[in-house]
Design a protein around this ligand. Structure first.
Ligand SMILES: C[C@@]1(CC(=O)O)C2=NC(=C\c3[nH]c(c(CCC(=O)O)c3CC(=O)O)Cc3[nH]c(c(CC(=O)O)c3CCC(=O)O)/C=C3\N/C(=C\2)[C@@H](CCC(=O)O)[C@]3(C)CC(=O)O)/[C@H]1CCC(=O)O
Ligand SMILES: NC(=O)c1ccc[n+]([C@@H]2O[C@H](COP(=O)([O-])OP(=O)(O)OC[C@H]3O[C@@H](n4cnc5c(N)ncnc54)[C@H](O)[C@@H]3O)[C@@H](O)[C@H]2O)c1
Length: 202
């Protein structure tokens, strides 16, 4: 298995999730939160999925999987507890660009990493399916270290836009962009002073 890590813009793309249990629920939420148009195929749903259906956030087809259900999908998640069904879905899904088999990492062509997200900062962790437990424990450590990085990344974004579009020479721009990633700029007072300094040179 050799997987390319990517950030994918899913807004407006069609995702089909087969199964309505706990795993399907995690995947459907992640997809909806990131703009995908999600359809769930399953004779049962968890309460949490029911709620998303009632809110109109996902579409539910209350039925067992049939081959025609996956026709329109750009991304397909296979997440039933019936191995025969999962195999049948994979057999008819060869034309779908992105396939996640939540029951066997080696069968699809994408896996979902563990994700830590704060504002513009995203840190993804994958073991290529080797140990979701290790992924979970690495994520806990990441959470401890990066929990307060949201506002800092916003500060970096704003300064970088300003520096990039300023009339400073390229060497000076590079120097400043390197300087602001020093840990001390997580401090609000340091940020304020830096902003003032680049405002003066704008
Ligand atoms: C990271 C995380 C994200 C998320 O789920 O959103 C995630 N699993 C998480 C936790 C977790 N999952 C499981 C346990 C129990 C301990 C254990 O079994 O080891 C724990 C631990 C726990 O709960 O702490 C059971 C399990 N998971 C998979 C299988 C099937 C198989 O191994 O093939 C089985 C056995 C099922 C069974 O036998 O019944 C498969 C996958 N799980 C993945 C992701 C993908 C690979 C990620 C990677 O590369 O590391 C992949 C391939 C699915 C995919 O791509 O969709 C999330 C932590 C998020 C967080 O902590 O925030
Ligand atoms: N990826 C992960 O992180 C992870 C974690 C735990 C378990 N799993 C595996 O994922 C699978 C699902 O786990 P779960 O906890 O969500 O199970 P679950 O029992 O909560 O849900 C299974 C769902 O599959 C649906 N289903 C059954 N037959 C169907 C059919 N013919 N068509 C459509 N839907 C059908 C059921 O209605 C139910 O909603 C299991 O095989 C489990 O081993 C994966």
């Amino acid at each position: 298995m050799s997987q390319l890590p990517l950030m994918v813009e899913m807004t407006g793309l069609c995702a089909v999730v087969i199964g309505g249990g706990k795993v399907a629920c995690k995947r459907a939420k992640a997809l909806v939160e990131n703009g995908a148009i999600v359809t769930i195929i399953s004779p049962h749903l968890t309460d949490s999925l029911q709620e998303l259906v009632s809110l109109g956030k996902i579409k539910w087809l209350d039925k067992r999987f049939e081959a025609s259900d996956a026709r329109e999908a750009f991304l397909l998640v296979v997440a039933t507890d019936d191995e025969e069904v999962n195999e049948r879905v994979l057999q008819v899904a060869a034309h779908i660009p992105l396939i996640n088999d939540a029951t066997n990492a080696e069968r699809g062509n994408i896996t979902f990493p563990g994700v830590f997200r704060k504002g513009k900062l995203t840190i993804s962790v994958s073991t290529a399916g080797a140990s979701p437990g290790l992924t979970s424990s690495i994520l806990s450590k990441i959470r401890e270290h990066y929990d307060d990085y949201g506002p800092y990344v916003d500060f970096l974004y704003e300064c970088r836009q300003q520096i990039k579009h300023s009339s400073m020479d390229e060497g000076e721009k590079r120097r400043l962009l390197r300087e602001i990633v020093e840990e001390r700029y997580k401090d609000e007072e340091e940020q304020r002073q830096f902003k003032e300094a680049i405002d003066r040179r704008w």
